[in-house]
Structures are given as C-alpha cells and as structure tokens.
Design a protein around this ligand. Structure first.
Ligand SMILES: C[S@@+](CC[C@H](N)C(=O)[O-])C[C@H]1O[C@@H](n2cnc3c(N)ncnc32)[C@H](O)[C@@H]1O
Length: 236
C-alpha cells in the first residue's frame, strides 16, 4: 500500500477500535437481501427485524392482495418500507420518522431501490400526519427500557441515536402510543404488526388487550425462539 493508503486504512481501523460499528464505517448494511445506506442519524437495521417484513409481506399478499396501504412508523433508514415496496409492487407505503436526518437517509435508500414513487416519507410524531387510513400499521419503534440503556454495548450506546432506542420506563411507551392511535387510522379488517423486545411479549399482549379487548392478538418468535413480533387484528 502507498503511505496515503496505509494512513487511510489505519484511520478506519482506529474508528473500529473506538467501537464504531462496521456498518457506520463502511456506510452500508444488508437487510432482507438489499443493500442499505446507513449513517449515524439512523439505527443500523437488525436481522431480527426481517421477521416483521416477512409477516407484513405475508399479510399484504394473502389478505390485501390487490392494493394495500401500509404505514411504517419509525422508519429510520427506511429498511422495512423499502424491503416491502421492492417485494410487493401493489403496495403504497407512508413511512414516518420524527427525525428529519433519518428521513434523509431513508430518501436516499428509496431512490437507490427505485421505490420513491410508492414510499411517501413524512416527518412527524407517530401517526400525527397520516393522510388516510391504512390496511397495515407496522413499526419497529424504540423499545429499550430506560433502566437498560446503560447496559447497552458501546457500539450501540455511543453511536446509535438515543431517539431510536429509548422506549421509556417499561420499553413500551412508544409502542403503546402508536396502538392508541390505531382507531381511525386503520381500515376495517386491517392489522397492526409491532416489533418488540425478547422479554416483552407478555406485557405487549396485555397492553394490546387493554386497547382492543375483542381482538385476535398473537406473538411470533424469531429464529432464536425469542418473542419478536406482536400481531393485532383489532375489532371495534
Ligand atoms: C428502533 S429504530 C427503527 C428504525 C428502522 N425501522 C429499522 O427497523 O431499522 C426506531 C425509529 O423510530 C423513530 N422514532 C422515535 N420516536 C418516534 C416518534 N415519536 N414518532 C416517529 N418516529 C419515532 C426513531 O427516530 C428511529 O428512527
């Protein structure tokens, strides 16, 4: 290597030694077979979130076969919305985030995967600016309990945005906020799919049951056998 290459390479190694995640150093992360641009204003998409995408694709295909409107709340780099839009040409997605900087990264990912015409990016608090009711509400919102933030690895706590992690005292504050906004924003026969922490299945079902006492509610486990997705089929 030339001296310039050696010094550039050493600088990259130094960043990793300082615990910066590899995906932020390279600026890329694979998710659902697609390459995503990632940068520090947005969480690095995790493999377990692919389960949420799988469930959404399954429902959108089997139940809402002809046209399907979806809202992805807390879209970050846009991984969930883009993965669904790329795989299902009949869906239209509203993708929300409270962070304008995260939405800029999502915009770039929509563009690079050719789905900008079907994914509408909107800045707002949960569903505040949803233009019309949808068939599917999906979200991987922050769900780390405040008391557990200190236990996160330095890769996460020093580099990933707190806004993408902190779920309040019980970890379910954001998720409950979204569930409480479902009525009026979900079309009849619609469903809610939510990613949760591995030990939040019981509490999440209880919370969902309080909001929708007559609904069908179920938990799907991830490939490690851990609680990961809550599915709610509300009836009002
Ligand atoms: C856990 S990250 C998930 C990002 C992405 N969906 C993924 O799975 O990789 C949660 C995202 O929710 C966003 N967020 C936090 N609070 C929000 C709120 N009140 N309304 C909308 N988005 C919010 C954060 O900015 C962050 O991008």
């Amino acid at each position: 290597m030339t001296p310039a290459q050696t010094s550039a390479f050493s600088a990259l190694i130094q960043r990793r030694i300082s615990h910066e995640p590899t995906a932020y150093i390279t600026g890329h992360k694979e998710f659902y077979g697609l390459d995503f641009q990632v940068a520090r204003p947005a969480l690095i998409p995790r493999p377990e979130t692919e389960l949420l995408v799988e469930k959404a694709i399954e429902l959108a295909t089997s139940v809402f076969a002809h046209s399907c409107l979806i809202a992805d709340v807390g879209t970050g780099c846009g991984a969930i919305a883009v993965a669904i839009a790329v795989n299902l040409p009949h869906v239209k997605i509203y993708a929300f985030d409270i962070s304008g900087a995260a939405l800029e990264i999502a915009r770039s990912n929509c563009h690079r995967h050719g789905v900008s015409d079907r994914v509408t990016l909107l800045q707002g608090d949960l569903l505040d600016h949803l233009p019309e009711p949808v068939h599917l509400l999906i979200a991987n919102l922050p769900y780390v309990r405040n008391s557990e933030l200190v236990e996160l690895s330095p890769e996460i706590s020093r580099f990933e945005p707190l806004l993408a992690l902190s779920g309040g005292a019980d970890g379910l504050e954001m998720i409950e906020g979204l569930v409480s906004q479902a009525e009026g924003n979900l079309l009849p026969g619609g469903a809610i799919l939510l990613e949760i922490g591995h030990d939040q299945g019981g509490a999440a079902c209880e919370m969902a049951r309080e909001h929708f006492p007559k609904s069908k509610i179920s938990i799907t486990t991830d490939l490690s056998g851990l609680d990961r997705v809550v599915s709610i089929f509300p009836t009002w």
